[in-house]
Design a protein around this ligand. Structure first.
Ligand code: URA
Length: 481
């Protein structure tokens, strides 16, 4: 019996080199005891049934070493599995493949079936890491760059294979992922992965609150299936997910919200009215999508007193499947008259930044935290007034529906009102400005100043500086989306 020691923490190359040498030496699977360095014995070797004579019946040194590509791909996944039996099982299949290459495609072979199960489990674990890992901001680097840390507890050794996803997704921020099965670090230029076990850090920051708010937005009580939700987001991940604390509360409140949704539906004009009208006018109404129905409903909104003085509701506009939602404060004088968001002076600043970043305005969904123009009449002029927290909270009802319908990858929040509408907090804008805040696999929040703030800055130098920051964040939002 030959004992082979491996580090055994997901390194495919380590196993491949040893397996290759053993295979070339003609070492039979049952003659190898695979162990990892911490002393764990290769249990599978002990339980392997006796193997018949060498399947290729040829001296080892003359044996051609040929491995189907599909096996290499399978082995690269399986090697990340935590079960120590993976080494022996992979070697046995590698051995058998020398005599029968079709084995890799056999559905009924027991060894292959176990390997496929292991592969599936690794893939699922990697998917969960992408979906449920939560970054939190930590102390800045010595050069002032912002840094994020995340703690995750994977089942398998998947850090190395999953880290490139986070590199692509959060390329503009410095981050460190710690797990008991390895670490990954990105500094904007280099991705460093180790198989060292990390200890759980003590993390708590305001990103937690953002997460909870976002989760509230995308939570649709009418689609609530508790069992399915728990299968998709197993409880073991909850302790590291700030929004999970909301789940019991949201489940409890789901019935009331469904009632409110049914109520809201009833207030829309019945579809047959539209059809009758179309017979008279000769035009066919466009089928109402979720957003169109919402806009129609919002047109009659009287949830707060602002509707009284405004000309009309200015609802969001843009594709229902937009990857990017751009969120402002409230319509201005021009928007109030036109009935469309961002068509006045602030809209021009935004348009210029979008054009500079090579983005199409039409590809994003543009909306406001508050849908009615709040102003104070002064002579013939209507002077913009900032919406207060109560008005923002009332109008959040619409914003939540918009986000829920669109499920964007990126939300660009422009100004303090937009951030308050998303987070429920009036005191976090300054600390979030110029930052992107990851919302897991689902979305990223990018925070910048409002374009009308740029128009109000009297100092040309300050304006140029802020403008550059604004344009950079618009471009970043575009790239992420
Ligand atoms: N400012 C906003 O926040 N939104 C608009 O639509 C126009 C100006």
């Amino acid at each position: 019996m030959q004992t082979v020691y491996l580090t055994g923490r997901g390194d495919f190359g380590e196993w491949r080199d040893r397996a290759r040498a053993l295979l070339l030496a003609g070492t039979r699977p049952e003659a190898i005891d695979w162990r990892v360095r911490d002393g764990e014995a290769g249990l599978f070797a002990a339980s392997l049934p006796a193997q018949e004579a060498s399947p290729h019946g040829m001296p080892a040194e003359r044996m051609p070493l040929s491995v189907p590509r599909a096996f290499v791909e399978l082995a690269e996944s399986v090697i990340c599995h935590r079960d120590i039996r993976r080494f022996a099982l992979l070697y046995r299949v590698l051995w058998r493949l020398q005599a029968d290459r079709s084995l890799i495609n056999t559905a009924i072979d027991q060894d292959m079936a176990v390997l496929r199960l292991m592969e599936k489990s690794v893939r699922r674990d990697s998917h969960k890491m992408k979906a449920f890992l939560r970054f939190k901001e930590t102390h800045p680097a010595t050069d002032g760059r912002r840094r994020f840390v995340a703690w995750f507890e994977p089942d398998h050794f998947i850090v190395a294979r999953t880290a490139p996803f986070f590199q692509r997704r959060f390329t503009d921020m410095d981050w460190l992922i710690l797990t008991p099965k390895g670490t990954a670090a990105w500094d904007g230029e280099r991705l460093d992965v180790t198989d060292r076990a990390a200890r759980r850090p003590d993390l708590e920051d305001q990103t937690d609150e953002l997460w909870r708010t976002y989760f509230r937005h995308i939570f649709n009580p009418a689609r609530l299936k508790v069992k399915a939700m728990q299968a998709e987001m197993p409880k073991k991940y909850w302790k590291n997910m700030p929004e999970a604390a909301l789940i019991p509360e949201l489940i409890a409140g789901a019935e009331a919200r469904i009632g409110a949704m049914i109520e809201a539906e009833a207030r829309q004009p019945p579809v047959r009215h539209e059809r009758r009208k179309s017979v008279v006018t000769g035009e066919m109404p466009a089928p109402a999508t979720g957003l169109q129905a919402l806009a129609r409903e919002a047109a009659a909104c009287t949830r707060c007193p602002l509707h009284g003085a405004a000309t009309q509701t200015v609802f969001g506009e843009g594709p229902a499947d937009a990857a990017l939602v751009i969120l402002g404060e409230q319509p201005g004088d021009t928007e109030d008259l036109a009935g469309r968001p961002f068509v006045g002076p602030a809209g021009k600043v935004l348009d210029a930044a979008l054009a500079k970043a090579g983005m199409e305005r039409q590809s994003a969904y543009l909306t406001n935290a508050v849908k009615h123009f709040k102003y104070e009449p002064r002579g013939k002029r209507r002077i913009h007034q900032r919406p207060n927290s109560g008005e923002i909270a009332h109008c959040r009802w619409w914003l939540e529906r918009e986000i829920e319908a669109i499920r964007p990858r990126v939300i660009l929040a422009m100004g303090a009102t937009a951030v308050e509408a998303l987070t429920g907090r009036s005191d976090v804008f300054a600390s979030l400005k110029g930052r992107q805040v990851p919302l897991g696999e689902e979305a990223v929040l990018v925070v910048t100043v409002h374009p009308s703030y740029l128009l109000r800055l009297p100092d040309p130098e300050a304006r140029a500086r802020e403008e550059a920051g604004f344009e950079a964040m618009v471009a970043l939002a575009g790239r992420l989306a």
